[in-house]
Write a protein that binds this ligand. Structure first.
Ligand code: HEC
Length: 290
């Protein structure tokens, strides 16, 4: 190829890339968290479509019903598990949008004025576009090494008897260590509940004896925190297994700061390696409860 033409071509390619850089603020979420937010988003789009379709038929009762479904009730169930993960401004924008939908519902019932509703919809949907212009979601699955995640899943399937797709791992750090929960996605999945309980009960006994070889088989011998955990004297880390209605949990607690830090590092390592099937919990209020 002629050199001049090549340079011109290269120039166009790089300038096209420069324009395509996504400058929106990145929300770093785990795969399940991202899935959770995007599912709500698709519900919002479907809901606004339903409202517009009811409006076109002058069916104000249906407008009110569809709109209320996108109101505060939705926010309640949709964003609660994420309220400590998402930035405050993001939550406020979302909250103000959900409030709008409650007002749209109330006005549709009392005023029954389609034109008024349309104006409200337009103002509310400018909050959709404002938020979309400011934020993007980056999942840690795309950041973590995909190959490593495949390897982890592969090795995990030999070590963990339960099905990673049908279960969720939740790692919640606490002031004294942490709580590891494995629960089924479908509460009626008794087969997986049984496998989870057998496995957690078995490894908790191994951990009590200072044997952490099981997770090391999946995550490698250089797992952060592992060396400290192995060095700990029996009894320095209290390990409790407990059955949950939909799975099981292991609680780790220690009083020495170095051991607490080691438990936290060890949790982080498992979280990033299980990015597709695990999520961080928040000890205390928003942790999965029974
Ligand atoms: C407070 C912020 C916020 C508000 C308000 C908001 N969204 Fe989103 N929405 C997001 C983010 C962040 C994404 C992911 C964008 C990305 O990663 O590129 C998203 C993605 C989406 C998607 C893509 C879903 C998918 O499966 O990929 C749809 C559709 C959507 N939003 C619809 C809506 C509609 C309709 C509204 C208003 C009624 C709305 N959103 C309001 C933040 C918001």
């Amino acid at each position: 190829m002629n050199k001049a033409i090549f340079f011109i071509f290269a120039f166009f390619v790089t300038s096209a890339f420069a324009d395509e850089v996504d400058n929106r603020k990145a929300l770093r979420l785990t795969a399940p968290q991202r899935h959770h937010v995007l599912t709500e988003m698709r519900e919002l789009l479907a809901g606004t479509q339903n409202i517009l379709s009811a409006l076109a038929k002058d069916d104000m009762a249906a407008v009110a019903e569809y709109s209320r479904a996108l109101g505060f009730d939705m926010k309640h169930k949709a964003e609660n598990p994420l309220h400590e993960v998402l930035p405050k401004e993001f939550m406020q924008l979302g909250m103000s949008m959900h409030k709008d939908f409650d007002l749209i519902a109330a006005d549709a019932e009392s005023l029954k004025d389609p034109k008024h509703t349309l104006q409200q919809m337009s103002a509310t949907m400018s909050k959709c576009t404002a938020c979309h212009a400011s934020y993007q979601i980056t999942s840690n699955v795309t950041q973590a090494n995909e190959v490593r995640l495949d390897e982890v899943a592969q090795r995990g399937s030999h070590v963990m008897p339960f099905n990673l797709e049908q279960t969720t791992h939740i790692f919640s750090k606490t002031d004294t260590g942490g709580v590891q929960q494995v629960i089924v996605k479908d509460k009626a999945n008794n087969e997986q509940i049984k496998l989870i309980r057998e496995h957690l009960s078995k490894i908790s006994h191994e951990f009590i004896q200072g044997d952490f070889s099981n997770p090391a088989k999946i995550h490698g011998d250089t797992m952060p925190g592992l060396a400290e955990l192995k060095k700990a004297k029996q009894g320095d880390i209290k390990i409790d297994y407990k059955e949950l209605a939909d799975g099981g949990q292991i609680t780790y607690s220690a009083s020495q700061p170095t051991l607490i830090a080691a438990i936290h590092q060890w949790f982080d390592a498992q979280l990033s390696d299980h990015a597709r099937h695990a999520m961080p919990g928040h000890a205390g209020h928003s942790m999965h409860k029974h």
